[in-house]
Design a protein around this ligand. Structure first.
Ligand SMILES: Cc1ncc(COP(=O)(O)O)c(C=O)c1O
Length: 424
């Protein structure tokens, strides 16, 4: 199967309005990189501030009101995080972010299996905070075998290949909720069906999904789930790992040892302001997620239609036929030299891949796994819309991108999709 450009624009789609020659228009730069990080919601900052000022107590100090007050705030936040994903407060372990949560989930689970010839299964398009952990376990000499299951041209995990990978030695599966480059959602319910009757622990990196799509852990049998505050209008440096309470219990080896906080799973004095901020961010997402998702999907669709209208088959919407995050759009311009585009788009903050790899020269492993050739993957833009994004901003961004792409030179080599690379 070849990757198809997404169907032509709907009849109502049109070029975005011309830029205002008088210099009017939205305030620039316009921030359209909300998959890399979101701004702190002012309402979140408001509830955090007292914990950076007068309420500075250490929640482990149970002998005075300073500590007790901080501990109560931490527990209230734990409740908000749990409520957003259908968990109980006791199932939430605070970490410094999704990277740490992923490391704790994967290394912490695997610690008990060293030397047992265990098989670990993940997906080729995971974030490096998952893939690199599996790479290091594979190299560790402790007998871990890793399968990275392929995706199709839309970025969806190959379910028959996943089912085949889940052999008798398979003990851990890590598949994300939503991809950080394309926004493509993985079919969690079908993955759950593949796991039925198997003794496999399921970890899910949901850093991009939590707060944007409905995720109910009472319905989906994920055992370990990572989330991050700065992807949902909370502070950077704060995240959490959901650890399901079940029989037999999940046994995780702590990766950071010391004072025994978080029931020994993650030592270190708690970042009270960060935790309070994460809790408030979760509370707001729970209240506002559904209408906001609808608004963002409309804006994203109109941005997509503007680009498809302007470029037709010369633009590919990566993952455009899949179910995606409402705020995500990833496009490639296979015939254009757009690699130099971003420096010229100073007034629109975009990304050419995941934030973590956008500084590197290597093309996106996600787009490569979806079958894009190196040059086409390099000629891609990632838009991430957010809570403050307006139609005016989207139209401005569309016009600016159209203008700059049209002024880019044509690529010498015609556009062809390479055969899908073999999975390592
Ligand atoms: C899917 C995914 N997982 C993990 C991370 C890392 O999260 P954090 O920045 O909280 O460590 C990110 C951030 O880009 C992400 O998008």
């Amino acid at each position: 199967m070849r990757a198809q450009p997404v169907a032509a624009a709907s009849p109502s789609a049109s070029e975005p309005p011309d830029l205002d020659p008088s210099g009017g228009g939205p305030a620039t730069p316009i921030y359209l990189d909300h998959l890399a990080t979101t701004p702190l919601d002012p309402r979140v900052l408001e509830v955090m501030l007292p914990y950076l000022r007068e309420n500075f107590g250490n929640p482990s100090s149970r002998t005075h009101d300073f500590g007790l007050h901080a501990a109560a705030a931490v527990e209230a936040a734990r409740g908000h995080v749990a409520a957003l994903v259908g968990a109980t407060a006791r199932e939430v372990v605070f970490t410094s972010g999704a990277t740490e949560a992923n490391n704790l989930a994967i290394k912490g689970t695997c610690a008990a299996w060293a030397g047992q010839g265990v098989h670990l299964v993940t997906c080729a398009t995971e974030h490096h905070a998952v893939l690199d952990v599996f790479d290091s376990l594979e190299r560790s000499g402790q007998g871990f075998r890793v399968t990275r299951v392929a995706v199709d041209h839309q970025g969806i995990i190959d379910l028959p290949a996943l089912a085949a990978a889940l052999d008798d030695e398979a003990r851990l599966l890590s598949v994300m909720a939503a991809n950080n480059e394309t926004g493509v959602l993985q079919p969690l319910e079908q993955i759950a069906r593949c796991l039925q009757g198997r003794n496999v622990i399921w970890h899910c990196d949901a850093a991009q999904g939590v707060g944007k799509i409905p995720l109910d852990l009472r319905r989906i049998p994920i055992d370990l789930l990572s989330l991050s505050a700065h992807k949902m209008y909370g502070p950077k440096g704060q995240g959490a790992l959901f650890v399901r309470r079940r029989r037999p219990p999940l046994r995780l080896a702590a990766q950071i040892e010391g004072g025994g906080q978080e029931r020994g799973l993650r030592s270190g004095t708690l970042n009270v302001a960060g935790i309070v901020g994460l809790g408030e961010a979760c509370r707001l997402c729970q209240q506002e997620r559904a209408p906001e998702a609808e608004r963002l999907a409309q804006l994203r669709d109109s941005l997509q239609q503007c680009l498809v209208h302007a470029f037709g088959a010369a633009v590919v919407v990566n993952g455009g036929a899949a179910v995606r995050l409402p705020n995500a759009l990833n496009v490639s311009f296979p015939d254009s030299h757009v690699a130099e585009l971003l420096p010229r788009l100073r007034d629109v903050a975009l990304s050419s891949g995941s934030a973590c790899s956008s500084g590197a020269d290597t093309p996106s492993h996600v787009l490569a796994a979806m079958g894009l050739d190196v040059a086409t993957a390099a000629a891609s833009l990632r838009f991430g819309l957010g809570r403050t994004t307006t139609l005016e901003e989207v139209e401005w961004a569309a016009r600016r991108v159209i203008t700059e792409v049209r002024s880019c030179g044509k690529r010498q080599r015609p556009y062809v999709f390479s055969p899908k690379p073999n999975q390592p």
